[in-house]
Design a protein around this ligand. Sequence first.
Ligand SMILES: Cc1cc2nc3c(=O)[nH]c(=O)nc-3n(C[C@H](O)[C@H](O)[C@H](O)COP(=O)(O)OP(=O)(O)OC[C@H]3O[C@@H](n4cnc5c(N)ncnc54)[C@H](O)[C@@H]3O)c2cc1C
Length: 451
Amino acid sequence: MQKIGQTRVLIIGAGLAGSEAAMYLANNGVSVVLVEGKTLKLNPAQKIPTFAELVCTNSLKSLDPYSAHGLLKTEMKSLGSFIIESAEKNAVPAGDALAVDREKFSAEITEQLKAHKNIRIVELEADDPIKLKAQFECDYVIVATGPLTSKALEVWITKEVSGDDFYFYDAIAPVVDADTLDLSKMYFKDRHKEMTEGGDYLNSPMTKEQYYAFIEELKNAEKVPAKDFEDWKFFESCLPIDLMAERGPDTARFSCMKRVGLEPDINGKWPFAVVQLRKENLLGSAYNLVGFQTRLTYKEQVRVFRMIPGLEEASFIHLGSCHRNSFLNARKLLETDLRSKKYPELYFAGQITGVEGYTESAAMGLYVAFGLLRRIKGQEPVNFPVETAIGALVNYIMTIEKPCPSNINFGLIPSIEFTKEMKKTGGKKLKKELVARRAQEVFQSFTSSLR
Ligand SMILES: Cc1cc2nc3c(=O)[nH]c(=O)nc-3n(C[C@H](O)[C@H](O)[C@H](O)COP(=O)(O)OP(=O)(O)OC[C@H]3O[C@@H](n4cnc5c(N)ncnc54)[C@H](O)[C@@H]3O)c2cc1C
């Protein structure tokens, strides 16, 4: 066992995850060297020189304890989250969401980190974490450099840790809540498989008229413009669906919307084109629209994707997007405590581990710091139960075969038995509330078992 006061941890990146991890470790007596490069040079998404900058919206999403985001915040608060505490101190009115005055929030975090007796701030653009760990005489290093990790470090990670399993671009397809689909208009069938019922894929068949009307709307819908630091370069095998529509009316019909292997449908009919939905989780409580990564604005996605038969009333767990994002294949490269398999003293935290979102990134900073503190104290590593929001996020990044960053959502948490009677009385809302209540109970008994 190491002596806490004599242990030094180098943290690279004073964003949401790095700031959270630094404060957690420092408050627990560990000496922290916190390295940040933005004071020397802002990246194109950053506007202010202070730490934990919210680069886009100022919202950390819902506080409702029965929403997935609210649940995550409750768990973080119970572990002593510095980020959530600072957000609450600098909150601005936003209904049941936690929105902040971003400059005050960032200034407060910077001041507190700078004032902490166990934290030393170093202004530096890191390139080689292992070399820096030795240079600053640290025992461990946490890389928390986020979706826009700077080039020099990206090169080192690719060479030393990840090879091809480090991704630089993120094209996300929308995910729908299974309970909101009209299954009478859809059918289960896997491509090229004879089946009378069941299958992993849910298909939405379109007539010729429906298909061309849909393509026309995709073409004309409002798109999110590329940021100036983003150069829209897509893999040919992963084109946004709206770009396919722009290339020609039949492009999608011969690509992800092809009917090949799906005709005739389960009722013996021949679709003109098909939208395929794939289960997001084993329980089938959420479905991903296969090949539907998109540049459409969120509002337009809801409007246009509800034209798909069976999705008229769909509720979207998250919407599609395309943006620059550096993240690892955690399942291949990291242990469950998010340390590198190759370098056991090197940890990754935040968005770079494959989660998405401000709160989720901070949660992964807290999770890594929590696990590292246990290691420093000589305690056994623990896995957060998958029924909890933190456990579900870790489980997601550690099991997803084709990494695709995700926000916290109920699709990641195992569902509960939901009787017809319960559905009638409380509907979807009650189901979420029950899952959230179970999560809170499991989280409490898990954390009390550690004391
Ligand atoms: C353009 C954009 C918009 C986004 N909008 C939203 C949104 O609206 N809502 C939402 O929930 N999420 C959003 N995200 C997603 C994401 O969750 C946030 O970016 C979040 O800040 C990630 O937290 P993090 O701690 O992992 O990284 P960051 O908060 O980005 O922190 C990383 C820190 O590391 C520093 N750094 C990078 N490389 C080096 C280096 N080599 N040496 C030293 N320091 C380095 C950076 O300067 C930065 O301060 C957005 C992402 C991007 C790229």
